[in-house]
Write a new protein. Structure first.
Ligand code: FES
Ligand code: MG
Length: 585
């Protein structure tokens, strides 16, 4: 028909929105913009469909292998619908998928790769704004780190939690109940049939883990930072409200471009402090410590472990969510979600800062309500008086370590015991059940070489398994220390993120069997009870373990990764400095 025939298309120089970054590609005249317009016709668009409109990149972490993001292929269509409605031009970009479940040795190894990919795609293409689709653990910080460095207007669309799990008369939380029933299995309490039933009941729909694990912690942090629509982070992945939120996020992104509201206006020091406050009040994952420090670094904000410890002492835990509590993300959603939750701690927040959706957080929270005071507790009935994460110092962790003390048996929070040292995770797996080690409940399990360089990628080995013979006696928690991370759905008296790590010569590398280790959470200390002179002697005799990777991305990673206390970013990505915009010259 005439609408698609060559005569219907106007030749020559079109008028475009000259304020748009994409104008540099399409509208500046000359051979280059001629070529870009010709190639956009090749994509199937008439000039009047896109010229002068904000180009919105829809960054999609969908993949067939990622059950947490498998619905995002459809959801991207809703985002595009919203972009078209608002007068923008949506273009979908497939980007790396980081599946917490499937990717080995750990998707943490690839967080910075997705961050790098995100930043460079946004910079090198004609993009005016971005909608970021993700939610499985590392995807959220990775997409936001890259977008913060590119500093365009951007909206984050959380993938949303999956539906609650079910088994017989039990409600199951992903991760948390997997660990719990696996321990029961090792203790001989459940059989093959029960295990087969659990396998079908744990994960019932697309979406991210529906406990307050790492995924929900980070998507809640994104909402608290103000880079999502209000309430977005708790909408179940398969709820039709999720599709409506995706379309609204597309519309919002076009509006942000019109107003030139970039991420740097939203991701301020105040926003990061509020995200820390929210995460702690949620009893969220320890992984948030690393990711928020890294993300803040991309915004030029120096967030430290001490910020977490300082804020933790002022913030009560108010969300009764697994793994620490009882409920799941769907309950939290109907209880009011993050907007309702934030009203409970509004006095602890910086309410005059902007969000992508509102001029101030105050306006964003106006009218938000809590509908269930068991799921979202009132201030006078907290689950804990202090935030769930404590930062430890001492001769075993000069640059810090963290413990999620609300997820530990309280009797272990002040404990001295002899160390049982495992030089790496494989040795631990091979020998932990060997009765010859003579491990008692009072021992301290020590894992070395599981940090950013040693892992590499700081795998989630931090919830060290207990010996089967102790599980059979009913023991369910012991003091465990490592330079690893721990899954957000894990629990126990596990000291994590010890810095510097053992693979670079941190004191953790110097612990030997039988050394006494003292954990004192109220005093915020972790100590190796040996004389300084002995520690110095051992340090002088220490040699670094051989590097696992001699080439490729693994080598790049181990050469540039920073330690846990500074967020495990690559040094060359974290540092400030000039990055030329390719369209500016
Ligand atoms: Fe993807 Fe838990 S495995 S969020
Ligand atoms: Mg996880």
């Amino acid at each position: 028909g005439a609408a698609t025939g060559p005569t219907a298309e106007r030749a020559g120089e079109p008028r475009t929105g000259e304020r748009l970054r994409s104008h540099q590609w399409y509208g500046t005249g000359g051979l280059r913009s001629f070529s870009h317009r010709a190639r956009t016709r090749q994509l199937g668009y008439l000039p009047e469909e896109h010229l002068g409109k904000p180009v919105i990149a829809v960054l999609n972490t969908w993949s067939d292998i990622n059950p947490c993001h498998v619905h995002l292929r459809d959801r991207a269509q809703a985002v595009k619908r919203g972009v078209w409605q608002a007068g923008g031009f949506p273009l979908e970009f497939p980007v790396a998928t980081l599946s917490e479940t499937f990717q080995k040795p750990t998707p943490m190894l690839y967080r910075n790769l997705l961050a790098l990919e995100t930043e460079e795609l946004l910079r090198s293409y004609p993009v005016d704004g971005a909608v970021l689709l993700g939610g499985c653990d590392k995807s959220t910080p990775a997409l936001l780190m890259g977008a913060a460095s590119a500093d365009l207007p951007a909206v984050f669309v959380p993938a949303g939690p999956m539906l609650p799990g079910h088994w017989r008369d039990q409600v199951l939380g992903s991760g948390t109940d997997m660990w719990k029933y696996w321990d029961d299995r090792r203790a001989g309490l459940i059989g093959d049939r029960e295990l087969a039933e659990l396998e079908t009941g744990l994960a019932r729909s697309p979406g991210t883990c529906m406990t307050m694990g790492t995924a929900s912690t980070l998507t809640a942090a994104a909402e608290a930072l103000g880079v999502t629509l209000p309430g977005a982070s708790s909408i179940p992945a398969v709820d039709s409200g999720h599709e409506r939120m995706a379309a609204a996020s597309g519309r919002l992104c076009v509006d942000l471009v019109h107003r030139d509201l970039r991420l740097s206006s939203v991701l301020t020091r105040e926003a990061y402090e509020d995200a820390v406050t929210a995460v702690l009040a949620l009893g969220g994952s320890t992984n948030a410590v690393i990711h928020l420090i890294a993300l803040a670094g991309r915004s030029g904000v120096r967030l430290t472990l001490d910020d977490f410890d300082r804020i933790a002492r002022t913030v009560p835990v108010l969300a009764d969510l697994r793994p620490g509590g009882r409920y799941l993300m769907e309950d939290f959603h109907f209880a009011g979600g993050l907007p309702g939750f934030l009203t409970r701690i509004a006095d602890l927040l910086h309410r005059d800062r902007p969000t992508v959706a509102h001029p101030t957080l105050r306006e964003q929270l106006a009218g938000a309500l809590v509908h269930n005071a068991d799921v979202i507790r009132p201030r006078e009935r907290p689950l804990a008086d202090e935030g769930g994460v404590a930062v430890l110092r001492g001769n075993l962790c000069p640059d810090g370590a963290v413990i999620k003390h609300i997820a530990a048996e309280p009797r272990l929070l002040r404990h001295t015991g002899p160390a049982v040292v495992f030089p790496d995770y494989r040795t631990l797996q091979r020998t932990i059940d060997d009765p010859a080690l003579g491990i008692t409940p009072g021992h301290v399990l020590v894992l070395q070489n599981a940090g950013p360089v040693g892992g590499p990628g700081m795998p989630e080995y931090g919830m060290l398994p207990l010996p089967a013979y102790l599980l059979k006696q009913g023991v369910r928690d012991m003091v465990r220390i490592s330079d690893a991370r721990m899954s957000g759905t894990s629990y126990g008296a596990c000291v994590l993120h010890i810095a510097p790590e053992s693979a670079v010569g941190g004191p953790l590398a110097l612990v030997r069997n039988g050394d006494l280790v003292t954990l004192d959470v109220p005093a915020r200390t972790l100590r190796l009870e040996i004389p300084d002179a002995e520690l110095a002697r051992r340090r002088a005799a220490w040699t670094p373990p051989p590097r696992r990777y001699e080439r490729g991305y693994g080598a790049l990673y181990t050469e540039h990764i920073t330690q846990a206390d500074t967020g495990c970013d690559f040094g060359f990505l974290a540092r400030p400095g000039r990055t030329p915009d390719p369209c500016a010259g």
